[in-house]
Design a binder for this molecule. Structure first.
Ligand code: FES
Ligand code: FES
Length: 222
C-alpha cells in the first residue's frame, strides 16, 4: 500500500503493508530512531509522536492510519533540520558519543566546568563549535537539558512531544494540567520532578508558542 503523509514538514510517500506498525516504519524504514519503543502496547508513551498536532502512540498506529496526516517526531522539533536533529539525538536520546560523556550543562558552563575552550565545550555537547545549544534546540529540549529533565533519556522524546502538544494548545498550563498531559508517559528514572520543572521553565520563559512548520518538499521513498 502507498501512503502519503507529512513527516517533519516533508511530504513523504512510502510503500508498506497497511498494518505495519508506524513506530517500526519510523525507526527501521526511515531511520528516525528518536522515537523509542518500550512497552509496545500503548502503556508507556516512549513512542509518542504528534499526529496532526496531537500525541499518539506510534506503537499502536498502523500505516494506513497515517495516510494523509501530518506527523512530527523528535527529529523535527527544532528549527534547523539535520544539524538540530543530530544535536538532539546526541544530547537527549541516550545515544551520546564519547565526547558527550554525561554532561548536561549549558555549553558555556560546560566549557568552564571542564576547562575547555568554548568550542570544545560545544563539541562535548555534540554540536559543531560554531553552533550553540540555544541556536539548535527547541525551547523544550533546551529546558530538559537545563532543568535536568532526564537521566537515561529513553522516555525523553515522548515526554517532550507530549509537552509540546500541551503547550501548543495551552501555553500557560497549571501544574495539574502538566501532570495530566504527561500522565500517559512513564519515566523509570527521574521521579518526574525534573521533567515538570523543565516544562514550567518553558512556560515561565514565555517560549511556549506553537511550532512553526518547516517548508514542505515532496519526496518518494520505498
Ligand atoms: S512503546 Fe508505545 S506506548 Fe510504550
Ligand atoms: S529518563 Fe530514563 S526513563 Fe525517563
Amino acid at each position: 500500500m502507498a501512503i502519503s503523509f507529512t513527516l517533519n514538514g516533508t511530504l513523504r510517500t512510502i510503500h508498506v503493508p497497511p498494518t505495519r506498525r508506524f513506530a517500526d516504519i519510523l525507526r527501521d524504514d526511515l531511520g528516525l530512531t528518536g522515537t523509542k519503543i518500550s512497552c509496545g502496547i500503548g502503556r508507556c508513551g516512549a513512542c509518542t509522536v504528534l499526529q496532526n498536532g496531537l500525541p499518539v502512540n506510534a506503537c499502536l498506529l498502523m500505516a494506513y492510519q497515517v495516510d494523509g496526516s501530518s506527523i512530527l517526531t523528535i527529529e523535527g522539533l527544532a528549527e534547523d533540520g539535520q544539524e538540530q536533529e543530530a544535536a538532539a539525538d546526541r544530547v537527549q536520546h541516550g545515544d551520546a558519543p564519547a565526547k558527550n560523556v554525561g554532561c548536561r550543562e549549558p555549553v558555556g558552563e560546560c566549557a568552564e566546568t571542564h576547562g575547555d575552550a568554548a568550542g570544545e565545550g560545544a563539541d562535548r555537547h555534540g554540536l559543531s563549535p560554531d553552533r550553540t545549544v540555544s541556536q539548535a534546540l527547541h525551547p523544550l529540549q533546551r529546558a530538559f537539558l537545563e532543568a535536568g529533565g532526564f537521566q537515561c533519556g529513553y522516555c525523553t522524546p515522548g515526554m517532550i512531544l507530549a509537552a509540546k502538544a500541551l503547550l501548543d494548545a495551552s501555553p500557560n498550563p497549571t501544574q495539574a494540567q502538566i501532570r495530566e498531559a504527561l500522565s500517559g508517559n512513564l519515566c523509570r528514572c527521574t521521579g518526574y520532578t525534573g521533567i515538570f520543572r523543565a516544562i514550567e521553565l518553558v512556560v515561565n520563559s514565555g517560549h511556549a508558542k506553537p511550532h512553526t512548520a518547516i517548508d514542505m518538499e515532496g519526496e518518494d521513498v520505498h
